[in-house]
Design a binder for this molecule. Structure first.
Ligand code: AQP
Length: 348
């Protein structure tokens, strides 16, 4: 890897970009690790650009009709959670071709070895990497393009995306070095809060994931109150009561997960939750957690269901967002072509 150049970050306008794959229905993990924080960033008044990354979703097989449905449902989740399409830019990735164009350039900047080291690639390709799509291997390169097509400076994500963001930084640095420019910002990941890694309800060592084969492993944003309560009731735990201190959660992944979820949903610190429930049995903690989860999630689910009644309106919002996104990304990607040495003579 080339030596990093020190780029003066002050020249870039503070701008947030982040995305979610419509590779399934969104989960409590996506909500706490991403959506909830996307809304906080929007409300801090920073320019925010949010995207349903449908090109990423097809790195593994997606049924076309379901993909369309999941993209609209994801957009509905953003809006229901508090994203205002007038203040934030909300769109789906494939409507702005700058992502794919810059993704290709970055495929030529990034190195095979960098991609091969990504733990998400190893996890998702599994033992049968030969049969995985080329797109899955190059996933982080397209992700870097998503961010850098807007010269975004900050990216709120869950813990699982940290490595991909480090690679985004490496790509920006290598591009700047290779072409002797100071064109791309070296982005800052924003990984904050009590629930940067929400774990499966069936296995506290595995991330809660929308593509987990077990529906019992996750809370979906479309689950109704009874389903949420039932999943929490059945969540795997150990036989011990809740500990007196946070240290007591060490080596108790399932207990730790439920406490973290409670803290993130209630806006309390993990210490406060542990202090409140010290010595409690799961038989009494789980109903409290279920009550809290239903109180926080059911208004979002209700609003999502309302929005989903009018898919044309969701498509209109995504289209308008894409126009606004395009207006920012087009000149940036045109400049990249120029830096790389491509002739751009159409319409002259
Ligand atoms: N369990 C999680 N805890 C905290 N944050 C999470 N995120 C995902 N799962 C958790 C965050 O949500 C954002 C969008 O993620 P994504 O949809 O782009 O892809 P992912 O991280 O691969 O999420 P999934 O649910 O596991 O999707 P599949 O199953 O399709 O791979 C990111 O900011 C992510 O960190």
């Amino acid at each position: 890897m080339s030596e990093p150049v020190q780029t003066p970050q002050t020249k870039f306008t503070p701008r947030i970009f982040s995305g979610i794959q419509p590779s399934g229905g969104l989960t409590l993990g996506n909500y706490l690790g991403a959506l909830k924080r996307f809304v906080e960033k929007q409300d801090e008044g920073i320019e925010t650009i949010y995207c349903m990354v449908d090109l990423h979703a097809i790195t593994v097989w997606q049924d076309p009709e379901k993909l369309r449905q999941q993209t609209r449902e994801g957009a509905a989740a953003f809006i229901a959670a508090g994203i205002d399409p007038a203040r934030s830019i909300l769109f789906n990735q494939s409507q702005v071709s700058a992502h794919a164009e810059l993704g290709w350039i970055f495929n030529c900047v990034a190195r095979m070895g960098w991609m091969g080291r990504m733990t998400q690639w190893k996890d998702k390709a599994g033992k049968n990497a030969e049969a995985a799509s080329l797109g899955l291997f190059a996933y982080p390169s397209l992700m870097a393009a998503d961010i850098l097509a807007y010269q975004a400076t900050m990216v709120p994500v869950g813990e699982d995306q940290k490595q991909h963001l480090e690679l985004t930084r490496d790509i920006a640095i290598k591009f700047n070095n290779d072409f002797k420019v100071d064109f791309f910002p070296v982005v800052d990941p924003i990984i904050e809060g009590a629930a940067t890694r929400v774990m499966s309800l069936r296995d506290g060592t595995k991330k809660m994931s929308k593509s987990d084969p077990s529906d019992q492993s996750r809370i979906n944003l479309t689950d109704d109150s009874d389903m949420i309560a039932a999943k929490i009731r059945k969540a795997k735990t150990d036989p011990e009561p809740l500990p007196e201190t946070v240290d007591g959660l060490k080596d108790r992944p399932e207990a730790k997960n439920l406490v973290n979820i409670y803290a993130a949903l209630s806006g309390q610190s993990v210490d406060q939750v542990v202090a409140e429930y010290a010595g409690a049995q799961f038989g009494s903690f789980k109903p409290k957690l279920a009550e809290l989860a239903v109180a926080k999630l059911s208004p979002i689910t209700t609003e999502m269901n309302r929005l989903m009644q009018d898919p044309a309106e969701i498509d209109r919002i995504l289209g308008q967002g894409a126009d606004r996104a395009e207006a920012i990304a087009r000149p940036i990607v045109d400049k990249v072509y120029d830096i790389v040495g491509m002739i751009r003579s159409r319409g002259r």
